[in-house]
Design a protein around this ligand. Sequence first.
Ligand code: AKG
Length: 263
Amino acid sequence: METTATGRFASDVDADGRVQDELVAAYREHGFVRVRGVLEPEQVERFRASAEVFLAAHRAESLEKQAVFSQLVNVWERDQTLRELTFDRRLGRLAEQLAGFPLRLWHDQMLVKAPHNNAATEFHQDRPYWPHAGDRLPLSAWIALVDVPPERGCMTFLPGTQDRTGLRPQDLHHEEDLFEMDPSLRWIPRVTVPLRAGDCTFHSGYTGHMALPNRTDQARLAHVTIYMDAATRYSGSEHVVTDPLGLAAGDPLDGDAFPRPWA
Ligand code: AKG
């Protein structure tokens, strides 16, 4: 937890979930931004404890099977405490300030890199995986529930790549995939963003990003809340979140499955 000279933990966000214009401008220019202190120290402890219990009970259900991370999707539907984090009004309002338009929840996910997993999450964009249509730029809040220095698997971003739409989904197990698809991205500067517990980064759905391997003795616990344009429609493609819902292409992604509790 980062602290100021007075011992108070450092926070960039006010009680209503608003940040300074400079951070909004940074997000819009670079496609990602770090926001410190989105959670109070007591909240971090509570959510981390719940995340550990949830992980112990559900690890076998991970969508990712190749040891990069445990990926547990839509924990808000199954854990009351973690639902509070996903539904957090300050974070939702902040996401809307950054995006500049109303947002719904797309889904949340717990992403845990085990101690010494020694595997990176390779460079990719998120939006190409999603069955979305008619939407403006979605964004994710990647919230650190433990300190995440580079050696524990923090994120690295490709600034300004939020305008690279139209690429097919990239393989996050293949180091070269994104760069083979778009060679102009290979030599642009990369920005690695260590986080203290309770900090987060927001990144857009098209911003290229990766996460480093965990080379430490402690698990890297992150909770990711993914927000989409409130006007997003279903594209008709397969996805684990939408497959059970019986939707037809063109249907709005709204209702109880895609709430906006911060409105
Ligand atoms: C994302 O949140 O979009 C990621 O790709 C996270 C990757 C990770 O945490 O390892």
